[in-house]
Design a protein around this ligand. Structure first.
Ligand code: KIV
Ligand code: NA
Length: 270
């Protein structure tokens, strides 16, 4: 199977009402990428790895080097999906030139197909600068976790008329600037429907609407690795329980010398 391309993803928007929704999940490691890749259109190396992998309190301390290390692993572990890497906080906001310097490192050192960055109108110039220079950009609007301190938390956005209008303006601005797609996170459903119907690039929802052009979730959330997850997460597995049970059985067998058995030890052949 040939790897999907950014233009192929973008075209899905124009396949009309019957277009199949785009499937996206996060991936941070090579083996995880291998397992998810056949089922996805896009794999996102999200800066959510800060919390998920590194136990950080937010995404703010995630570095470009962390994103590059995990991005390269996910590219190595996949052959079908478009791999996107998140631009971490502080690596792209000050100027289009700064963003290009960071994003070109991500592209060159990971082999990914595109980057994602948070922000709407304020990032339009940067999105246009990167896209015109060979770096496809997915925008991320609505609830933007890197702005948690400014937003005052991770609550849903677009509740007031003013916020609704601002997020709609962000969506129009990033599409106009040349973003090939956008993530729309944590917004009132009515706003998600309106945005999906008003921009000509795919809108990938998370806590948005089934009407979006695709969906994304953090894989570990979807797999039930965490006790506390946002309302918009559906758990398809309970991996936390599975791992806890396996570790408990292993620990008990080590402590009773029931493991290893004859099957797991080396002896000379006679
Ligand atoms: O970092 C991340 O995982 C994300 C997705 C939730 C869209 O940005
Ligand atoms: Na992110």
């Amino acid at each position: 199977m040939k790897r999907l391309t950014v233009p192929a993803i973008q075209r899905r928007k124009f396949e009309g009402k019957t277009a199949e929704p785009l499937v996206m999940l996060t991936a941070y490691t090579a083996r995880q990428a291998q397992l998810l890749d056949p089922h996805c259109d896009m794999l996102l190396v999200g800066d959510s790895l800060g919390q998920v992998i590194y136990g950080l309190p937010s995404t703010l301390a995630v570095t470009l080097d962390m994103m590059i290390a995990h991005g390269a692993a996910v590219v190595r572990g996949s052959y079908h999906s478009v791999v996107l890497v998140d631009m971490p906080f502080g690596s792209y906001e000050t100027s289009p030139q700064h963003a290009f310097a960071s994003a070109s490192r991500v592209m060159a050192e990971t082999g990914c197909a595109a980057v994602k960055l948070e922000g709407g109108e304020a990032m339009a110039e940067t999105i246009s600068f990167l896209s015109q220079r060979g770096i496809p950009v997915m925008a991320h609007i609505g609830l933007t976790p890197q702005a948690v301190n400014a937003l005052g938390g991770y609550g849903a956005r677009g509740k007031s008329q003013q916020e609704h209008a601002k997020i709609m303006a962000d969506a129009r601005a990033v599409a106009q600037a040349g973003a090939f797609a956008m993530v729309l996170e944590g917004v009132m459903e009515e706003l998600a429907v309106a945005i999906t119907d008003s921009v000509d690039v795919p809108v990938i929802g998370i806590g948005a609407s089934a009407h979006c052009d695709g969906q994304v979730l953090v894989t570990e959330d979807m797999l039930g690795m965490f006790d506390r997850v946002p309302r918009f997460v559906k758990r398809y597995e309970n991996l936390a329980q599975t791992i806890d049970g396996a570790a408990a059985r292993y620990a008990a067998e080590v402590r009773t010398r029931a493991f290893p058995t004859d099957d797991q030890v080396y002896r000379p052949k006679n």
